[in-house]
Design a protein around this ligand. Sequence first.
Ligand SMILES: Cc1cc2nc3c(=O)[nH]c(=O)nc-3n(C[C@H](O)[C@H](O)[C@H](O)COP(=O)(O)O)c2cc1C
Length: 263
Amino acid sequence: MSAFCARPRDESPFFLLAASPRQGGNTDTAVRLFLQGFSRAMQKQGNKRTKAPPHDAAYADMPEATYLRSYRIEPCVSCNACAASAQRIKHAASAETLLPESAYAPFSACPLTNRDDSSPLLSLLAGAAGLCIASPVYYYHLPAALKALIDRTQPFWALRDAGITPYSEKKPRTCYAILLAARSRGDRLFEGSLLTLKYALRPLNIQLAEPLLLYGLDAPFALSGMPEAMRAVVAYGEEAGKARLQPCGGKDVAANPCGALQA
Ligand SMILES: Cc1cc2nc3c(=O)[nH]c(=O)nc-3n(C[C@H](O)[C@H](O)[C@H](O)COP(=O)(O)O)c2cc1C
């Protein structure tokens, strides 16, 4: 809706979300390897830019992992408070004015945000310069806590349904996705998770990069015994690190998942 003018936001840090309920399992290992690759990219770039040792500037942008299991997320109860808030934001805005700040944090109208820890995570999701979500597959989908967080992004859809699209004029952002599963094969193993991620990120103008799909990881330390898969995660982190330094890109492939690595 052209009546509303979007204001670009300052770039925020890279948001790396580790979504396994299991501490020290395969997802946590993948997150560590991803960070190794990310750091390698920063280091190379630092060397290229300054020919100086790769500390200081090169590492200033290093992301930190956020472990979803440390946060309490209440499930959406479909109370429609976000839809009503989106309508209020719509009426408050006018052609000449900038969008009210609440349009950038529509979830603040959700009554559940006062009762749980979702707010900082939703803020990061909304404002991060780039993202990576690492998650195990649970019953062909995402674990409950991650799904609960995703359902709580409904205020972004409510805003978009009201015709307010503060993120559409921002440069598209990319979300990297590392999905891990125990089964050693299955063309549709990751399909549900990828579709959900794709459409949850859409109102935020975040595109899903080609995901890294890891098969055959059952026991908690399985990934540590698969050197090829470990290298793939490091390479994926390096790709994300490079893109972080030159933001943009990221192919949307959720409808046709690839990049799978089988045991
Ligand atoms: C409740 C539950 C459901 C699961 N469902 C699936 C599934 O549908 N397909 C599959 O291949 N693996 C499934 N798994 C296995 C996990 O995806 C796999 O063990 C993964 O490596 C766990 O990652 P983590 O070590 O980071 O927790 C499931 C595990 C649990 C606990």
